[in-house]
Design a protein around this ligand. Structure first.
Ligand code: ASP
Length: 430
């Protein structure tokens, strides 16, 4: 018992993940007997897994709101917000553009859709993505409480930033209210720590369900597509991001990546940038050293508008579907895909599978059959989990670069490999 307490949270989650995969595979190989379907997959694993996701989601709205009010009310210079916003959005768009261009080039060169066998399709319902003009209008909430109740990130961000600025402008009254928000923020962060303790059980259950219910056949037929998406995701995370971090931030990518360990595991198992926001905030503030002023704004914004991993899947999937149906895309259509992927991802919340919904809109814009999505749906969950890791890595990287450029990155924390590990190891009462 004593030795298990010495393990860091990420180590515990990692072990839980391996054990979950083994348990799931055993059930899968045993043909998922009825008892395991009833008692485990639809029973204990589902309950524990869903409770874990609900616990994380439960924190998102209060945490984003309170943290952002704290962040924006502590800005001494209101111009800083405009500057930070501009830089952040520019970097988010730039990294997404690189991602989708890389993906389309890979699809053109490696032609994953040219295969000589039929692919079994999975029944799918295609939803429409929201048009960009509507995203802009919806950014301003007519009712902030309704926006919070629905968990709509952009209107919450908008309202929280305005409230924070008004608090600063309200002088003494504002100081009292700001202090109150700071206290609530500290308490919610404690709640995040509590919830994270439950992660190993949740992760075990979610991975066990995935391993028990995945079919090797669908992966075999789509091997080239899956392999290509993985390869480009890895290149983006391990070559493109480190290069940008070094060139624009002058920071060591290795030190940065190592600190994301626990965060990566959370993103992978939940497949949701949104549900991961509490852990992303905790990581960039405590482990990497970004100030709350910057992180409270850039992290929730990134979870909503920055989805590089998703853009990679969408770029390759577009190439795949065009090739599978034998449709040649013109250069103008490729450019259209790039623009559509970037625009469509803005305003689409980071939740599981949303990338496919957005892809439907992209496909119909360039005249490809949106039903093509049915071809890749069967293998999407694992790709969704992996691209979510890239999505949150991008959010954290841009956050770090922006913080550094504003003098809001604590380099002592960034350079200290053990910084912020306290929340992983210390007893909760400390
Ligand atoms: N699951 C992804 C995320 O939350 C979005 C997607 O690609 O479907 O970031």
């Amino acid at each position: 018992m004593a030795s298990s307490n010495k393990l860091s949270l990420s180590a515990k989650i990692f072990i839980a993940m391996i054990l979950g995969a083994i348990a799931g595979l055993v059930l899968n190989l045993a043909g998922n007997p009825e008892w395991s379907q009833i008692w485990l997959i639809d029973g204990a694993f589902r309950v524990v897994g869903q409770i874990f996701i609900s616990l994380l989601k439960m924190l998102v709205v209060p945490l984003v709101f309170v943290s952002l009010v704290c962040g924006s009310s502590s800005l001494s210079d209101p111009k800083m917000l405009g500057r930070v916003g501009g830089k952040t959005i520019a970097l988010y768009l730039m990294t997404t553009a690189i991602a989708v261009c890389l993906a389309l080039s890979a699809a053109v060169v490696f032609k994953p859709g040219i295969i000589d066998q039929e692919i079994a399709t999975v029944e799918t319902q295609i939803a429409e993505a929201t048009p960009f003009t509507q995203v802009l209008i919806d950014m301003v909430p007519t009712n902030p409480v309704a926006a919070m109740a629905d968990g709509q990130m952009l209107p919450i961000i908008f309202f929280a930033v305005l409230l924070g600025i008004s608090i600063t402008l309200s002088k003494e009254t504002g100081v009292r209210v700001a202090n109150w928000f700071q206290d609530i923020n500290a308490i919610i962060m404690k709640l995040v720590t509590l919830v994270m303790r439950f992660a190993p059980y949740g992760v075990f259950s979610l991975i066990a369900i995935l391993a028990a219910t995945s079919s090797a056949d669908s992966f075999a037929a789509l091997g080239k597509y899956v392999g290509l998406v993985f390869a480009v995701l890895f290149i983006h995370a391990l070559i493109i991001y480190p290069t940008i971090l070094t060139v624009l931030g002058g920071l060591s990518p290795l030190k940065f990546l190592v600190k994301l360990k626990a965060l990566v595991l959370f993103a992978f198992t939940t497949a949701s940038s949104n549900a991961t926001i509490p852990v992303t905030l905790e990581t960039v503030e405590k482990r990497i050293g970004v100030s709350n002023k910057i992180a409270s704004f850039t992290v929730p914004l990134g979870a909503t508008i920055n989805m590089d991993g998703t853009a990679i899947m969408q770029g390759i999937a577009t190439g795949f579907i065009a090739q599978y149906y034998g449709i040649e895309l013109a250069m103008s259509q490729y450019l259209m895909v790039v623009v559509m992927v970037i625009l469509a991802s803005i305003g689409t919340a980071g939740v599981p599978s949303v990338g496919l919904v957005v892809l439907a809109g992209v496909l119909s814009q360039v005249g490809l059959p949106a039903e093509g999505i049915a071809l890749i749906l069967g293998v999407d969950r694992l790709l969704d989990m992996t691209r979510t890791v890239v999505n949150i890595t991008g959010d954290s990287m841009v956050t770090t670069i922006v913080a550094k450029s504003e003098g809001e990155l604590d380099l002592d924390v960034f350079n200290d490999p053990d910084a912020g590990l306290a929340y992983e190891r210390q007893p909760i009462s400390k």
